[in-house]
Ligand binder design. Structure first.
Ligand SMILES: C[S@@+](CC[C@H](N)C(=O)[O-])C[C@H]1O[C@@H](n2cnc3c(N)ncnc32)[C@H](O)[C@@H]1O
Length: 205
């Protein structure tokens, strides 16, 4: 599993390598742009504009929302990712912090209309995911939504099929969402499979 230094090293090449995997339609980023587009549309079709991005990376999605007037907050643990995102979103409130230890204090002082996390929460164990998502849910404004886009599957069987197809490319240090399992903690959670390996999870307040 990459730590913050690993992400620092990946940062400058990140957009290119993700784009290539998406264009090829291969694991792990097949469906990446489709997911980001879908979250972009859903966030902008709701009335509120305060958005928290967990693990924003180079800011690919949040920059687009920022350009549409959203008030962007975020947390990431890679100094280099934060530098790259800040260049694109100078007035965004971007904080450095490891989300496996929760949110940094300044982010807990607000409520959000949308909380988004794309390709970041697979760094948490399933138990940590449930605790963290419950905390995020408590920070939503009324009618706010959490959108999680990631490598994700409806069932564990679906995940195993993808694992076999990915062969040596499969990263067994990452812990992907299995909707059938996480919805036991969040019965109102919704799921859409967006590609052979990408899924969009949504939870509303
Ligand atoms: C694969 S990138 C995804 C970036 C962006 N959300 C996207 O969709 O392109 C994962 C991001 O999550 C951050 N990240 C991973 N684990 C983290 C942790 N434990 N705490 C904070 N940030 C973390 C990384 O630094 C990186 O910027």
């Amino acid at each position: 599993m990459l730590n913050n230094k690993g992400f620092d090293l990946w940062a400058d090449d990140y957009d290119k390598s993700v784009g290539l995997s998406d264009e090829d339609g291969t694991y792990p980023f097949a469906g990446y742009k489709a997911i980001l587009n879908e979250i972009y549309n859903r966030v902008l079709s709701a009335p509120g504009r305060r958005v928290l991005d967990i693990g924003f990376g180079t800011g690919t999605l949040t920059t687009k929302l920022y350009e549409q007037g959203c008030d962007i907050f975020g947390q990431d643990f890679s100094g280099r990712m934060i530098e790259l995102a800040k260049e694109k979103m100078p007035t965004a409130k971007l904080f450095r912090g490891d989300f496996s230890e929760g949110l940094v204090a300044p982010l807990m002082e607000h409520k959000y209309d949308a909380i988004i996390a794309t390709y970041s929460l697979h760094h948490l164990t399933d138990e940590q995911k449930v605790r963290f998502i419950a905390k995020l849910h408590s920070l939503l404004n009324d009618r706010g939504s959490i959108y999680i886009g990631d490598v994700a599957f409806f069932t564990r069987q679906d995940m195993e099929k993808c694992m076999v197809e990915a062969g040596d490319e499969w990263d067994d240090e990452e812990i992907y969402f299995v909707f059938e399992e996480i919805r036991q903690a969040f019965p109102n959670m919704e799921f859409e499979q967006m590609s052979s390996c990408a899924g969009l999870l949504a939870l509303h307040r």
